[in-house]
Design a protein around this ligand. Structure first.
Ligand code: HEC
Ligand code: HEC
Ligand code: HEC
Length: 220
């Protein structure tokens, strides 16, 4: 909401009970602010999962993603029916997909055309020590390679070499690095999901890194 719209709203709110008729005549109608469907105009707008939803897992014609005028949208199975019985989580579409896969509740095809192709699973954790006081990030290859071929990430999103990539939250929230998928097709970045990635506690003796200049300056 723009500032002038905000003030217009405040003025309307105060004035309305007193002079309803006058206020209506004197003020131009408030412009309806539509959600930016499919538009990428600023940080996070693309991330439909970050917007507070009216209801969880709405049916395709009401979810704001599918075209309600297309007949086939109404043929799609509503998520609440499709997800019934799957382990739950606190964010995204409220399904713990990693657990659902490990418990054998879903058997996604690794190859769209050949149902016999098995995934190439690699069990390698990459720890990224975070300079800030939040817990360190563990990137687990296993839950990724159970569904995704290496080429989904290497070499275009990440150079396959530990610490060769610059990753930070701004990039992720802008839809780069981990954010190419997280917030779009896999669990989103919400205050409840930080711990999924920031899962390794800092060592007890951890201190925030300081530059040489700040260490030399006794006033800091
Ligand atoms: C979802 C994305 C993703 C997928 C899929 C993925 N990787 Fe990675 N890989 C990463 C990230 C992130 C790193 C860490 C890079 C860093 O620290 O800068 C990494 C690091 C690596 C490294 C470097 C390890 C080291 O110790 O230096 C190798 C090798 C690697 N990946 C191989 C693979 C192979 C082989 C596959 C497929 C079986 C695969 N990766 C699938 C994201 C992925
Ligand atoms: C999808 C995984 C993921 C999620 C979810 C996530 N982070 Fe991060 N975060 C990262 C990665 C990767 C880095 C970069 C680590 C490094 O320095 O190598 C990072 C870095 C950070 C940093 C250091 C500053 C920076 O931007 O690099 C802070 C602070 C941080 N995260 C806070 C949070 C908070 C708070 C949340 C929850 C709202 C959160 N993160 C959720 C992956 C994630
Ligand atoms: C190519 C897409 C893609 C990229 C890039 C990607 N992820 Fe993921 N990630 C997934 C998918 C798909 C899953 C499994 C489904 C889910 O949990 O949403 C997953 C799962 C995870 C999990 C497992 C959560 C659990 O329940 O055990 C963690 C942790 C994670 N990602 C962290 C990261 C971090 C950190 C990065 C960046 C360094 C990253 N991911 C980059 C697609 C991706």
């Amino acid at each position: 909401m723009k500032m002038n719209q905000f003030f217009l709203g405040v003025v309307a709110f105060i004035a309305l009970p007193m002079v309803v008729v006058q206020a209506e005549a004197a003020q131009p109608p408030m412009k309806e602010v539509k959600s930016a469907k499919g538009q990428v105009s600023s940080a996070n707008v693309f991330n439909r999962l970050l917007k507070k939803e009216k209801e969880r897992n709405m049916a395709p014609p009401e979810d704001g993603v599918h075209d309600p005028d297309n007949d086939n949208t109404h043929v799609l199975q509503p998520p609440r029916i499709a997800y019934d019985g799957l382990p739950t989580s606190d964010f995204g579409n409220y399904v713990d997909w990693v657990k659902a896969l490990n418990d054998g509740l879903i058997q996604p095809r690794y190859d769209r055309f050949d149902p016999t192709v098995e995934p190439l699973v690699m069990d390698l954790d990459i720890v990224r020590e975070v300079k800030a006081s939040v817990p360190d990030v563990v990137f687990p290859h296993k839950p990724h390679t159970q569904w995704l071929h290496c080429s989904n990430c290497h070499p275009k999103i990440f150079i396959p070499q530990r610490k060769a990539n610059v990753i930070n939250m701004s990039a992720i929230l802008l839809g780069q690095k981990c954010g190419v998928c997280h917030g779009k097709v896999s669990f989103p970045i919400t205050t409840k999901s930080c711990k999924k990635c920031h899962s390794k506690a800092k060592p007890k003796d951890w201190k925030p890194p300081q530059s040489e200049a700040s260490l030399k300056n006794p006033w800091r």
